[in-house]
Design a protein around this ligand. Structure first.
Ligand SMILES: [Zn+2]
Ligand SMILES: [Zn+2]
Length: 310
């Protein structure tokens, strides 16, 4: 059977522009390239073929023997020099804060309070990640000032959750690194207290790397480093099972992505639902989770092995 077709689609940049039918057939990829192929009629793709497709996500081979959606927008998952520069600046501001904390603690022989402040920062970073994630999941759009690209990115993430595991490190965290640079740099320049810097260094570090923790929460056990697995199992980093619940109906819980320690508390007390009611009655704005989970927020692909073959 010979099939020839060509589709262009930008799911990570658009939630609304293409028909669902097309999205389902071509879930992630910008360019559904098609090639000439020979497929036996009424034969389902064999597991070996699916494995081949995973490889193509990264480097499409020159000769394609099976007609499929091939990822040609994999460049959008790659880090650019601008991404790396923002991550470097974020890491630098964090390092300055940490060094200031340690030197001031050493000079004053005060260690307990800065360490305690760091622990508080770690715990509050999880809460902050949940609030931020809830906000961008539910409100605004791609055209929202400052947060537009993050909102768009997270909506794309809800359609194709596994793509986050293919993002390169700096590509994944550069937006948060930029935010950390702008908030921590002034604190570095003005403040010298060990307690404040203990809090700032740990809290902002956890927030900046929360997208990496998030990516690890989408990883498979066999691919994650043993240390990451151990930290996830110990509850230091958000667990894979806890975050998986965020990607299942009703799509309005488990927003925290640092340690996940706040998730149970926030969800049992229905804190986000209460916030949504307050926003609705005060501003008349409905959260996306009230209306979209049954349509566009459908999780279409758990893993690359489920890429649709044509
Ligand atoms: Zn989300
Ligand atoms: Zn996720």
């Amino acid at each position: 059977m010979t099939i020839l077709s060509q589709h262009h689609y930008h799911p990570l940049r658009s939630s609304h522009h293409a028909g669902l039918d097309h999205q389902r057939r071509c879930p992630m990829n910008v360019h559904c390239s098609t090639t000439t192929t020979t497929i036996k009629p009424k034969t389902k793709p064999k597991p070996e073929q699916l494995v081949i497709e995973q490889t193509r996500l990264v480097t499409p081979p020159p000769s394609v023997t099976t007609t499929t959606c091939v990822t040609l927008n994999y460049l959008s998952l790659q880090s650019t020099w601008s991404h790396r520069a923002w991550v470097a600046s974020g890491c630098t501001t964090l390092a300055v804060s940490l060094v200031k904390c340690v030197t001031a603690a050493a000079e004053s022989h005060m260690w307990f309070e800065p360490i305690l402040a760091g622990l508080v920062g770690y715990v509050l970073a999880d809460l902050g990640s949940g609030l931020y994630h809830w906000g961008i999941d539910n409100y605004g759009s791609a055209s929202t000032p400052v947060f537009g690209s993050q909102i768009e990115g997270f909506q794309g993430h809800h359609k194709w959750p596994w793509t986050i595991t293919r993002r390169q490190f700096a590509n994944n965290i550069h937006a948060l690194a930029r935010g950390i640079t702008f908030t921590v740099l002034p604190i570095d320049l003005i403040c010298n207290g060990p307690i404040l810097h203990g809090f700032v260094a740990v809290c902002s570090g956890c927030i900046m790397f929360s997208q990496q923790f998030h990516a690890w929460a989408h990883g498979t056990k066999s691919r994650l480093p043993p240390l990451v697995l151990a930290l996830q199992d110990a509850g230091v980093l958000v667990s894979r099972s806890q975050h998986a619940a965020h990607h299942r109906q009703p799509y309005n819980n488990n927003y925290c992505i640092v340690s996940g320690v706040w998730n149970e508390f926030l969800d049992e007390l229905k804190v986000f639902e209460a916030l949504e009611m307050i926003v609705f009655f005060k501003l008349g704005v409905r959260p996306r989770s009230w209306s979209e989970p049954n349509s566009e927020w459908t999780e279409e692909n758990e893993s690359p092995s489920q890429i649709t073959l044509h």
